[in-house]
Design a protein around this ligand. Structure first.
Ligand code: BGC
Length: 246
């Protein structure tokens, strides 16, 4: 069965029809740049452009880079503040001609996809997926069930918000070497381990493609640490799963 998934990110809005049996895109994804400022109506236009590119009509699952409760976006760390307390599912559905929209946090969507089709498949106990990108997203699972909207990228670490210190944006903005950035990620993981004792960390986001550059440098964390397997498509797949109620 095909369902449509869209991933709203800080730099791009990407989407594709997803084959839910395989957990993979059934056509090559289409991407538009995230408008700046990323206001609700400008982003809704971007989402519509992606969906219309495929001539898709029907239910659409969409990720959002902030807290989402029952279709309402509650925070907006890396997008326009106009999203705070916005009926985003209603707005996006109206922009898509009334198609039903299911909206969820981007890291939660990526996590659900990885737990079903990727690095977390069949894993019991406490599993934590982290996405490193413009911010840091988190998805927490107990025996495969998601605890939504955990927002662990905003934990304070040495007087800084963790995502300001250890996201890939921080790496780029401050021109950090891989070893320097890996030390920051290591401290962050050690802190999360102290608080949650997960059995497994799954490292997602675009940087998961370059896992060999930094994962071998991370020491002193007891939990297993593995790269995400669906890489940058996890959000799209997870969004489509959510729209199909999976
Ligand atoms: C947001 C999270 C999001 C993460 C990754 C953070 O700034 O607060 O909701 O999952 O960025 O996009």
């Amino acid at each position: 069965m095909d369902v449509f998934g869209v991933d709203i990110g800080g730099s791009g809005i990407k989407g594709a029809p997803v084959d839910l049996d395989r957990g993979d895109l059934s056509q090559e994804r289409h991407k538009v740049l995230t408008p700046q400022p990323a206001t609700p109506s400008a982003v809704a236009d971007g989402v519509a452009a992606v969906v219309e590119h495929f001539g898709w009509s029907g239910p659409v699952g969409i990720t959002f880079p902030g807290v989402v409760t029952a279709g309402i976006t509650r925070t907006a760390a890396n997008v326009d503040k106009g999203w705070v307390d916005q009926d985003a599912a209603g707005l996006l559905s109206a922009r898509l001609g009334g198609s039903p929209v299911t909206l969820l946090n981007d890291a939660d969507a990526a996590g659900v996809a990885e737990m079903t089709f990727g690095a977390g498949k069949g894993r019991k106990g406490t599993v934590m997926l982290l996405t490193f990108g413009t911010g840091i997203g988190s998805a927490l699972f107990l025996d495969g069930r998601l605890v939504p909207n955990t927002e662990l990228g905003h934990l304070e670490l040495h007087g800084h918000e963790a995502e300001k210190h250890a996201s890939t944006k921080a790496k780029e903005d401050h021109d950090l070497t891989w070893p320097h950035w890996a030390r920051r990620v290591q401290k962050y993981l050690a802190h999360l381990e102290m608080l949650f004792s997960p059995e497994l960390f799954i490292i997602g986001g675009g940087v998961s493609r370059k896992a060999e550059r930094f994962l071998p440098l991370i020491e002193g964390v007891r939990a297993e640490i593995v790269p995400a397997e669906l890489q940058n498509n996890a959000g799209i797949v997870g969004a489509a799963m959510a729209s199909a109620g999976r």
